[in-house]
Write a new protein. Sequence first.
Length: 290
Amino acid sequence: MMRSSTLWRAMPLLAPVQLLLLGVIVIPSIYVIWLSFQSSTFGQSATFVGWDNYVRVLTDPGFHSALWNTVIIVVVAVHLELVAALGMALLFNSGLWFRRLLLVAVLAPYAVSEVVGVAMWRFLFDPDVGPLTTFLHAVGIPPLEWSYEPSHAMIMIAILTIWMHLPFTFIILYAARLALPSDLYEAARIDGATRLQCFWRVTVPLMAPAILVALLFRYIFAFRLFSEVWLLTGGGPARTTEVVAVYLYQEAFSFNAFGPASATAWIMVIVSLLLASGYIFLLRRQVRHA
């Protein structure tokens, strides 16, 4: 009875948050679910079409291309970012000189807005006047022709997303490395373990939960990648660099096909939930064995 009365007294205090969640997340999500089963566009009333929107999206070659580009960026960029962040976390933990100054430099990209970051990279790699393009020409290295070469544009997008999100992965792994007790390393060295053996037998197993958490968030963030692609290439040339989020945007606001766009949104949600479920299962298994 005591807990029940306390809960009822707390309800007015929780009501604003609940209303905010209801208005921002729950109601729009229900509406998008409803819209995904309708044929809807400007100037026409919505008509129920069942699963047709999902079938149309899943059989659309444009969606297949966007999904393949997304998978490439997720697999390549996220794992390269993880390796770089792990190496940096170990380097910073080893007693690097000017560590505080370098830490600010590493975290700086996360303080830059995505629009400013993309604009800066567009200027740096501008095919005509970009400083980095000029430097590559000077040293005899072929520059990235990202404005019209699809493969170069994909490389540019991958580099850009790694640069923008590396601080996030780095902070998770660096905090996990700082939390590891030094006694374990001292015991391993006494037993004759080399640095490489300490890394594989001590560091990696103990940091596995943090690595899984970082991968989980970065997979989800990378799967809904939008601003880097849209602001850099707009999905071009000829929609060859579109990712799933850009495909959704084009369906909704370029072609006014709100039904397929809503279906694409829920396909993204389902894929994200499946990724999260798989990684949570692995994480729980890692915690149990720890």
